[in-house]
Design a protein. Sequence first.
Lengths: 155, 635
Amino acid sequence: MPSRKMPAPTGLRPPPAPVSAMRFIFEYDGDAVRLLSQQPVDMAITGAELGQSLAVGYFVDARDADNRTLARVHARGLSGGTAEVFPETPGEPIVHVKVEQPKGAFTVVLPVPAGAARVALVQVLPQADAHTAAAGAAAPLRGTDIASFPLHRQP
Amino acid sequence: MTTADGAVLGTTQIAGSAPRNRAFNVVLLAEGFTAAQQADFNNACTAFTTAFFATPPYDDLLPAINVFRVNVSSTDTGADDPVATGGTGATARTYFDATFGANGIRRLLVCNSSTALTLAAAQVPEFSVVLVVVNSTVYGGSGGSVGTYSLASGATEIAIHEMGHTAYGLADEYPYYAGGNETGHDHHPSGEPSEPNVTTNGDRATLKWNWAVAAATALPTMSNPNCGVVDSRPSTVPAGTVGLFEGAHYYHCGGYRPEYDCKMRNLGVPFCRVCRQVIWNRIGPLTALVARARAPISVIARFPEHLDVFAIADNGRTMSNWWSPASGWAGWFQLMGGVSSPGGTGSPVTAIHRYAGHIDLFTVGTDSRVYSAWWDGNGGWRPWFAIGTLVCRPGSTVTALSRYDDHIDLFTTASDGRVMSTWWDVRSGWASWFPLQGGVAANGASVTAVARYPHHLDVFTVGTDNRVYSIWWDERSGWSNWFALDGQLARSDATVSVVSRHRDQLDLFTTDTTGRIVSISWNVNSSWGSWFQVAGGVASPGSPVTAIARYSGHLDLFVIGTDRRIYSTWWHEGGNWAPWFVVSGGVGQAGGQVAAISRVAEHIDLFTVGSDGNVWSTWWHGGSGWAGWFQLGVS
């Protein structure tokens, strides 16, 4: 570059501050879900956790006061009403057994943008007629709120 | 049995040195170890870490993984082991209340997952996964949000398999529900499973792991001849072959897995190629991206509060990162296993968004063919596919334009330098590649294009005589002939950057044979003007000039200077070009590129490969000026 004087950049600012995040621990017993704890956490959330596109499964949303979704992450580790039983001898089959009353806990770390007021557990499933979809085709999906809880931000 | 049956003794980081808030943190909790048995737990944690770190792809991701052990003492040793399920009848007072024999099956070893998660959050708030290690040599374990396993030989495999579900959303690949003798599991239901490692789709072009399938591999690779039973034949192809193996996701037929075997199918075997990639894309984004030094970065804003950035890793992997104000930067992840051509500066991934919920990508692969992939808000990323049979110059750029929602135009260079084009229309699909009126680009020159309005295209390149050439297309008249914009020779590998500030205006920027930054403009009223040097600027050899128009009477330029600093200048209607200035002290790569985008008129985002090989970003906002550069990873 030629030896021109460069004007000082105006108002040099620091890099962006990380988006605040919170860890939520949920407990479920059959169809009942309760929020066991919510705590702020300094933790990066990668795109693999964020529900950027609609897909089948469980998700947890950060919602504003008007119930608009501000951020969404996958919720994994919920029992689908079955348990995996592992063989003692390698090569023997892993089997599934039904669990009559699924019970347990799971956790997510969720971005909590400004304006977030609630946290909601959502189940996304193919719509009723989706079983007719061709192999490989994306079936239409629909999300249903399983439970919703107020967000308690730390001061 | 409750937490009153034990005590938390302390937490120790036993492996890894990644910052906790940018790491995959594994927490191991002691269950059924008395205070005097804590050394046994420590040894079990060491054994787990050794096995875990030796398991691909974790062995490649160690800089982003930490392992912690939480020593917890219990009043008694082991776990409950009910007689009714074949156990000893032992009852143990333990912190996490672990018990064998859950659901009537002795091997099903479970614990109180609420207690485990709560303690892990208290001890290591940034934890990613929690595993409870039960002090018993009886074989057992279980999955879910907390992996539980005993000290029996091979039980660590349960923990690593269960992490596949909990941390990455991987499906079970085994072809039965209850060992193979069950009913109702002959045929997988129709519809595509959402998990990344199972499919019902037998079409090579749209198969979600087609990036990993060799052209010579038959699809399906193995079919089950009798859907009434599990196909128990040995593999008919060499181990490691990725294809379609029938029998997966709890069904004997109709569901396919990527390889014959995988840890999501059998314990004691490696993860398959597809599962390894999924794991890599969960943990890899926590680390910085080392980028190919000169491969251009692409950036799009599908709407003002969103950015998608595309770059090439130093090993050629096609990578992406995205930002939204709600979640920050998502971290770098590999796009469907793609690897771009390493010739020249390296083929970039170019991106367009025909509408807010859709992205189309283009690159030249290692076989010099043009590949495309797309993302849609309903369904996510789809695999790469080849567009026609054109063989490009290694390292070519594929320039893409969307003149309207249902149409794409592509431009690139063939292996012999001919300027080539094709288009896609929603009604007719992809057309065949065709040479653009005999034009031949100089070696290393890219082809650029702009649509001043939906039914018009202007295309530019540097010819073999180093002159800048243009050609245009109009819906009413078709393609013109090439013509030279005389009065200026360009570097043979120069990019001709073009901006249309409004439909009757073109501004071109490139570098001459000595690196001087030169410009020429066209206006519908006055036609082409004369070339001039922009504010005395000289670029690093090979560095392209990036130009954006935030509004119709304003231009901003960005380039890497001869001292590798990142420079900018601007022009405002009625005035002269401002002197070049260094943007926030940034230093890039010799011959590198600066990607720029204006999401809103008073905002600019920049991206470049820094002197350390990582991707960096900064932004300018009208009210506050330039921010400092920051390494682009995960927020």
